[in-house]
Design a protein around this ligand. Sequence first.
Ligand code: NAD
Length: 498
Amino acid sequence: MSNALTQDNLDTRREQPVADGSLLIGGQWRPAASGHTLDVYSPIDGRRLCGIADAAQADVELAVRSARDAFERGTWSRMAPAERKRILHRIADRIESHHAELAVLGVRDNGTEIGMAWKAEPGSAASTFRFYAECVDKINGDIAPTPHGTLGLVHREPVGVVGAIVPWNFPLMIGAWKIAPALAAGNSVVLKPSEEASLSLLRLAQLCLDAGLPEGVLNVVTGQGRTAGDALARHPDVDVLTFTGSGPVGRRLLQASAESNLKRVYLELGGKSPNIVFADTPDIARAAEVSALGLFRNSGQVCVAGSRLLVQRPVHDEFVEELTRVARSLRVGDPLRLDTQVGAVSNPAQLARNLSAVEKAQQEGARLIAGGEALFPVAGGHYMAPTVFTDVKPDMALAQQEVFGPVLAVLPFDDEAEAVRIANDSAYGLAAGVWTSDLSRAHRMVRAVRAGVVHVNTYGGSDITVPMGGVRQSGNGHDKSLHALDKYLDLKTAWIQL
Ligand code: NAD
């Protein structure tokens, strides 16, 4: 079947039956020990797609044992680096040759508009595997400048078993951000996808086996966070836990580590990212369009979304008018239509949270100027209109709490100092944007705003070569880039008397 991004191809693939999912443990696909499954419904139209295995503690036990056994056997951890590199490249090849299948499967599962999912899901998963494939034979240790008569060697070793727990918004991309560097470093992995979006990751796991990844090196336990996820977080034989998701779950994982084996826990959490527009913005129309898309694409279900828009007073009204015009013009609908700009909200619980954030903002006195309601472009699906609030005060819930939906808070400011004060008045520190034609101001703002990434005269956009992570309650540690490898490696010193 074709791999092209055409409407015909999307229409054919959207009708393909999806088989019920199993767990991948020790290279074998098997049902959950309990025999239980969870129904998967498509956010596009609410129809049942398939079931996924509902793993419990016994399944996680088996998966971790299989990962540990594979690690100790050395089939991957001690494989020649050049051969490991070849296999990771073969995984990237297989993602590319199944690009359309993976993209459509993922969209049917989580509702992201295909234009975005096409690039962000299989597209970035393939480039992530390629990037880390190229790292495998470049992970060196050091020789330290020790006193005469001694030799200090610093080895970099795989940690052992990595537990990876990922969310539903970009499962394939974020899954690859964890799996590829963990494998490149020589570890075994147990992956727990979100119960809201497991399907493309299950398919990826099979592609990894097809590419020659040895049995037991990658295990996948689907199911619920409070059972399968919790069992993985508490498991005494998991060395590192790498997580992307919400703050409250991140807290639980730290607790689970403290109450079990003190495993290292890396957290990529939420945000309430400020996007700051100065009056000297080079092109107001472009800034308004990019800012609107910087929040509304994927129905706002983007961790780095610029959900707090700070606009300097002289251009506030003009900017808001332009941005609102863009928001109202966005085509919300079936995410598998090529002309759709904003797809479905991933699940009914998220839509309910979005609508209750709208209600609360109105109660607190913010002014609703666009959207605010659910839409029904496809019967049975979950959709929401791009929503804009003005007159938002920094202490309102809409300015402080992550919605993770298409709801924008607009706040005015007078000068640079006030912009920095409002921007940093947040528990989070994931991303930010600055729009200005003053080069010095741009650099000052990059330093002053507390965030893991500051976009200048753009919003969003990234690449595997740069790190992705937050500060404060947006998390610790980084995905992507060479820095991510450090999470999956231990340092060991050899101190030798000569
Ligand atoms: P979530 O925290 O509800 O779930 C994430 C994962 O954790 C899922 O696999 C879930 O099953 C699992 N989980 C839930 N409860 C658990 C428990 N008690 N123990 C162990 N695992 C558990 O998050 P979500 O709703 O899937 O995703 C949305 C959140 O993710 C938002 O807050 C968003 O900002 C954040 N996010 C952050 C980034 C980033 O890079 N910083 C990227 C994407 C999403």
